[in-house]
Design a binder for this molecule. Structure first.
Ligand code: GLU
Length: 419
């Protein structure tokens, strides 16, 4: 069966493909030269399945998307107490490179603006660390989160270092208030290299999924971060991840997210998914225009808004039974995107040898539109592969008795025999 999820993701890319609003970041010369056309989307589920479409092998620099992961590394190594003594956790509502600290404490207000991110970078590997050692620790952390060895883009680093006056000003300010001890030059060198770590959307989706899953990397099974660290990072990302647009983003899209000026955008759905997009043209706040549109579409069409989640506990596939000529998928609980995705994965992995396939939905307690649509479309594709299919759905949790192509969904033995 073709991947239904990837078909959905491709549909979403097609919808935004021709949009050319916004402009590539030009304050870093190397980014100004970037090709504006790539478009990619990836998702990593709680089972470690990666769905990706578009230019999903294309590498780009993380830029500000490195901030939540560096924050996670600092929290993990120094403890929450120590980190929040150094950097606050209130949304600033300001631009990412604003020259501001909290008026009373003189601390950066949160780790998602540059002042906070420079201070967080300095906490990693201790304040006496050399720049090279600190960067090595960060690259190692990020590589474990991604499940492959990542590298620093030295061209982007050099290019940004030549135009880093504003970040240098921030570092001097942080030093003047004893928030950091390193020289401003070294602090900015270390932070700039952190921003220049290269990733693909697939890497970011896996890294995001690790946060969403409480710190266990879904591909390697390694526990990298404590659940409390992941909670803290996602909470701060939810309130401050999208700079001055953070409040509106959370209300309308509802996916904690972080954008970077190279065009990446990474989001997490706690307990469910890591999501990432790449498209280099940015709006005035520095967020990827097509990336933000893709997130909006995912949130609306696939019901991924955090505040509208359908309650689910455990797997949505209660069991798969083969009896005589029939294979029965018994579903349970709430059927949202993730629940439906679990069914599709189970169906794909099941070697169906019987001529009939039935979905037993009697134990499904609730569903949302994308959950209903995906389960029925999955069943329709099984029918296309030559099986007779039906649903047992007395409570009508799967909605209308029609497939997407308009044909009837069989619910009785007589109907199944007509196929
Ligand atoms: N390295 C960039 C800077 O500090 C990151 C900014 C961003 O991605 O928003 O200016």
């Amino acid at each position: 069966m073709d991947s239904l999820v990837e078909d959905y993701l491709n549909d979403i890319l097609d919808r935004v493909r021709d949009e050319d609003d916004g402009a590539v970041a030009d304050y870093i010369p190397e980014l100004a030269k970037a090709d504006a056309t790539p478009l990619a989307l990836a998702m990593c589920t709680n089972q470690g399945w990666i769905y990706s479409v578009g230019d999903d092998e294309r590498e780009f620099t993380m830029q500000s998307i490195s901030k939540p992961f560096a924050y996670a590394a600092a929290l993990q190594d120094c403890g929450v107490e120590k980190v929040i003594e150094t950097v606050g956790m209130e949304p600033s509502g300001e631009a990412f490179n604003e020259l501001s600290l909290d008026g009373k404490t003189h601390r950066p207000v949160n780790p998602m603006i540059n002042a906070g991110a420079i201070a967080v970078n300095q906490l990693i590997n201790g304040e006496d660390s050399s720049v090279d050692d600190r960067v090595e620790v960060i690259v190692d952390y990020f590589s474990r989160l991604a499940g492959r060895q990542l590298t620093v883009d030295e061209n982007v680093t050099e290019s940004e270092t030549g135009t880093a006056d504003r970040n240098l000003a921030l570092a001097h300010m942080l030093r003047s208030y004893d928030v950091i001890v390193d020289s401003a030059e070294d602090a900015v060198a270390s932070y700039t290299r952190q921003c220049a770590i290269r990733v693909t959307v697939k890497d970011l989706a896996v890294m995001g999924a690790t946060l969403a899953l409480g710190g266990v990397q879904p591909l390697t099974g390694e526990r990298i971060l404590e659940p409390l660290v992941c909670r803290q990072v996602q909470a701060v990302m939810a309130s401050a991840g999208m700079y001055d647009g953070a409040g509106k983003w959370m209300a309308s899209v509802g996916i904690p997210a972080k954008s970077g000026v190279a065009g990446g955008l990474m989001g997490t759905l706690p307990g469910q998914l890591g999501i990432a997009t790449f498209s280099p043209r940015l709006d005035e706040s520095g967020n990827s225009v097509r990336g933000a549109k893709i997130f909006r579409a995912l949130s609306e069409d696939m019901g991924l808004h955090l505040m509208s989640a359908v309650t689910r506990k455990g797997s949505s596939v209660r069991g798969i039974r083969t009896r005589g000529r029939t294979t029965v998928f018994r579903l349970q609980g709430g059927l949202d995107f993730s629940g439906a995705e679990e069914f599709l994965t189970a169906a794909e992995n099941q070697d169906i040898t019987t001529p009939r396939v039935i979905i037993d939905a009697r134990r499904v307690t609730e569903s949302n539109p994308v959950g209903r649509r995906m389960v029925k479309e999955g069943l329709r594709r099984i029918r296309e592969n030559g099986k007779k299919v039906a649903v047992v759905d007395p409570n009508n949790v799967l909605g209308k008795r029609r497939f997407e192509d308009g044909t009837r969904v069989a619910t009785t033995a007589a109907e199944i025999d007509e196929q």
